[in-house]
Design a protein around this ligand. Structure first.
Ligand code: B12
Length: 215
């Protein structure tokens, strides 16, 4: 079994104690951190999701897999965040109200930060009011990024986006930011419907998009 497959299996089965030495070992062997992330970790979470859907595993197993992935990402973090030299301004990011998924949001945050933004991460289950308050107290924000992982929280994303866009079009002096959205159930079409300025499918392309929109 390849080291990357081994990492995937350790995440899938939630072996929290093994992930740290295993990822360190993989990096020591010169494996590409992005390949470890995409082909090992993210792939494993996809399998975890499928197993949950088929009722082969339940929430506790999904949770321990998530914890294992988070620990693995911690080891990868310094390698993924290359350290940007340009400054693109501020980005506010959060997972919308009712949604507790944050692994993808954290990766997007990490990539956007390493692309040269100062990131204000509001966390998970973020209400519309909390997004609005953050924008008001950070008038120099260039990007507002919303994440949603559940079809049931897509309406919350829509409502939050509407309030944010209202704030932007009001004569509030807060018109200098772009709104980007993402997360597994989000599509280009949904993003357009709710008036977002941008949408992408993964963390690396989210950083490219943020730079393009802020530039
Ligand atoms: C781990 C996990 C959990 C963990 C979350 C832990 C955590 N701290 O995040 C826990 C156990 C808490 C959990 C709970 C639940 N979960 Co869950 N979970 C998952 C799982 C297995 C992996 C998610 C993940 O981390 N993926 C890896 C990351 C890297 O990918 P990602 O999040 O998609 O992010 C990438 C892109 O989407 C994008 N992206 C993400 N955000 C943004 C934002 C922007 C701006 C941009 C541009 C891009 C972007 O870039 C990211 C990086 O490349 C998924 C299955 C899946 N395949 O997604 C189910 C899944 C999302 N969960 C599901 C469900 C049903 C639930 C529960 C309702 C279960 C329950 N009965 O309680 C609860 C809901 C809790 C809540 N209120 O939020 C369903 C959702 C079904 C649906 N269509 O709505 C899924 C799809 C599983 C399934 N197949 O049924 N879950």
């Amino acid at each position: 079994m390849s080291k990357i497959d081994e990492i995937a299996q350790v995440i899938e089965t939630g072996k929290l104690k093994i992930i740290e030495p295993l990822v360190t070992e993989a990096l020591g062997e010169g494996l590409d951190p992005l390949e470890i992330l995409n082909e090992g970790m993210i792939k494993a979470m996809g399998i975890v999701g499928e197993k949950f859907q088929k009722s082969e595993i339940f929430v506790p197993e999904m949770l321990v897999a998530a914890k294992t992935m988070k620990k693995g990402v911690e080891i990868l973090k310094p390698k993924l965040a290359a350290g940007a030299t340009t400054s693109f301004g501020k980005c506010i990011i959060g997972t919308v109200h009712g949604d507790l998924h944050d692994i993808g949001k954290n990766l997007v945050s990490l990539m956007i930060e390493s692309a040269g933004f100062a990131v204000l991460d509001l966390g998970v289950d973020v209400t519309t009011d909390a997004f609005i308050a953050a924008i008001k107290s950070n008038p120099d924000t260039k990007i507002v990024a919303l994440s949603a992982l559940l079809t049931t929280t897509m309406p919350a994303m829509k409502d939050t986006a509407a309030a944010i866009l209202d704030l932007r079009s009001a004569a509030s002096g807060l018109s200098g930011f772009k709104l980007v959205v993402g997360g597994a159930p989000i599509t280009e079409e949904f993003a357009r419907q709710i008036g977002a300025d941008g949408y992408t499918t993964d963390a690396a392309s989210a950083a490219v998009l943020a730079k393009k929109l802020a530039g």
